[in-house]
Design a protein around this ligand. Structure first.
Ligand code: IDP
Ligand code: MG
Length: 139
């Protein structure tokens, strides 16, 4: 399994607020190359499955509703140390705690509506990439 790839989504708030281009620019400027990308909208079933690990958390219903509320950009990104470097680029879950220069500091609205997803491990990056992309959509 590749250790140099991660998976991201630009979440509905980022698209709604007109930040898609600026966020993609930050990602490319940070040295990531795009291996797959699509503009799409999650169904309720897809959002529930994607975030199944959070099913018992009090914010799960709100999270599924938010993630299905509008289009997203899903992408597979490549860079040495991709998972950790991308988590550093996006910053803490809560933008109030995110470091200066991070995507969430610049563009997230709140802990829930936080602009961008980044995989938390190589294993999950691979699972999440395959969840969103067919083999002939990954380069
Ligand atoms: P992460 O996206 O930084 O990995 P996780 O803890 O894995 O954060 O949570 C997944 C997503 O669930 C977050 O990005 C955010 O959209 C949402 N979320 C997390 N904690 C809260 C919360 O306390 N209230 C509302 N939404 C939350
Ligand atoms: Mg997470």
């Amino acid at each position: 399994m590749a250790t140099n790839r991660t998976f991201t989504m630009l979440k509905p708030d980022a698209i709604e607020n007109g930040h898609m281009g600026k966020i993609i620019d930050m990602i490319i400027n940070a040295g990531f190359s795009i291996k797959a990308m699509k503009y799409t909208q999650l169904s309720e079933a897809q959002a529930k499955e994607f975030y199944a690990v959070h099913a018992e958390r009090p914010f799960y219903g709100e999270l599924v509703e938010y993630m299905t509320s509008g289009p997203i950009v899903a992408a597979i990104l490549e860079k040495e140390n991709a998972v950790a470097d991308f988590r550093a680029l996006i910053g803490a879950t809560d933008p109030a705690e995110a470091a200066d220069g991070t995507i969430r500091k610049a563009y997230a609205e709140s802990k829930g509506r936080n602009a961008v997803h980044g995989s938390d491990s190589d294993e999950n990056a691979a699972i999440e990439g395959v969840f969103h992309f067919a083999a002939n959509e990954i380069f």
